[in-house]
Design a protein around this ligand. Sequence first.
Ligand SMILES: Nc1ncnc2c1ncn2[C@@H]1O[C@H](COP(=O)(O)OP(=O)(O)OP(=O)(O)O)[C@@H](O)[C@H]1O
Ligand SMILES: Cc1ncsc1CCO
Ligand SMILES: [Mg+2]
Length: 276
Amino acid sequence: MEDEEQGGEWAPKAWAHLSSVRSLSPLIQCITNFVSMDLTANTLLSAGASPAMLHSSSESPDFTPQVHALYINVGTLSDGWLPAMTVAAELATKFNKPWILDPVAAGASGFRLKACLDLLSLKPSVIRGNASEIIALANASFGSSTRGVDSSHDSTDAVESAKSLANSSGAVVAVSGAVDFITDGNRVLRARNGVPMMQKITATGCAVTALIAAFVAIDPSHALEATASALAVFGVAGEIGMEMARGPASLRMHLIDSLHGLDQTAVISRVKISAL
Ligand SMILES: Nc1ncnc2c1ncn2[C@@H]1O[C@H](COP(=O)(O)OP(=O)(O)OP(=O)(O)O)[C@@H](O)[C@H]1O
Ligand SMILES: Cc1ncsc1CCO
Ligand SMILES: [Mg+2]
């Protein structure tokens, strides 16, 4: 099984996606949380994309129509930021730009859950969350299954929730974890790259969602495949980074360096994507 996953048809696709991001340098508007801004912008830059952390609803009418994709992350949601997210998502939809949602801690409170459900009605192309977030959104429930921003479930627990959320929202849904699952409600792909230490760096999830936005920006008609490629490529950067790291702080640095330096041989030999 392992051998079947390595290489195959998916690894060249992942390399083609990364190569397109590097050559086209898509412009990604990021409305993301305060914790993740630095890692998110550096992840996009090291992959070859162009991040812009612009969030004012006063400038989105001028700016959002020019971007290649929009990324919205509700991690440090406040009353003031929610209208800005709504305005940008509406503009993205109006101007036919893909937009990607990271529903951080969707089940932590009624306010956050309602905000995420309202954003879902604005038709994101992709939703990427950890297992607890995807379960909370699929059940539209908050409280019991959620403990802050970290997942209290394995990603395998959330595959059915991801499928039902994909069907109800029309979005591609990705659940991250030891194994990443990606579904359009019908097909399910899994990506098995990365290292457990990535969970010990805050905002790696937020950063990989931004990377998904960049990959979908250059292949918007294949959001399922682009999302799987982004998750696998980020995981490969984590694996190579871990060979040099001494802990979470140095992994953060080496992950960014590794993403920047990824070559065709590493991607082709390491990417592990398969259909479930
Ligand atoms: N046990 C693991 N083994 C390998 N990779 C992992 C593991 N856990 C998480 N990852 C990877 O780490 C990245 C972040 O996923 P995670 O599920 O931790 O996101 P998250 O909970 O939303 O994180 P955050 O909220 O801090 O941004 C993904 O690329 C995922 O594939
Ligand atoms: C720790 C934390 N709190 C709100 S957002 C965030 C970053 C990881 O999601
Ligand atoms: Mg998260």
